[in-house]
Design a protein around this ligand. Structure first.
Ligand SMILES: [Zn+2]
Length: 115
């Protein structure tokens, strides 16, 4: 299926790798994203060149749902990390004992939200 993820979210999620593999392009994309320009095409070209998949690790699912652990009546509080600057649509489910993911665009930890 042709699911086009938010390019800014994809950049945010993969920036660490991109900064190592293609530092110049990575910084250009960051500058573009900060200015609000459309970085989709350039990002996919770069990922293609580096043989990387176009994924945003956006994950809206709860890691362990009540149905999966069979715990009916348990409180399923869905905690998600979101982009602190709300610059991108990256969302990551909170994983037990895992440190807060970092928004690589802003260089700060992502914000924990509950729903
Ligand atoms: Zn971000």
């Amino acid at each position: 299926m042709d699911q086009s993820p938010d390019p800014v979210a994809a950049l945010c999620a993969q920036l660490q790798v991109l900064r190592v593999c293609a530092p110049e392009e990575a910084e250009r994309l960051v500058a573009g994203a900060r200015q609000g320009s459309d970085i989709g095409a350039e990002l996919s070209r770069l990922l293609l060149r580096l043989d990387m998949a176009v994924v945003s690790d956006t994950d809206r699912s709860a890691p362990v749902g009540p149905a999966m652990i069979g715990g009916f009546g348990r409180h399923a509080v869905h905690e998600h990390f979101r982009c602190p600057a709300e610059r991108c649509s990256r969302v990551q489910a909170r994983r037990p004992a895992a440190p807060a993911p970092v928004c690589h665009l802003e260089g700060v930890p992502m914000r924990l939200t509950r729903s």
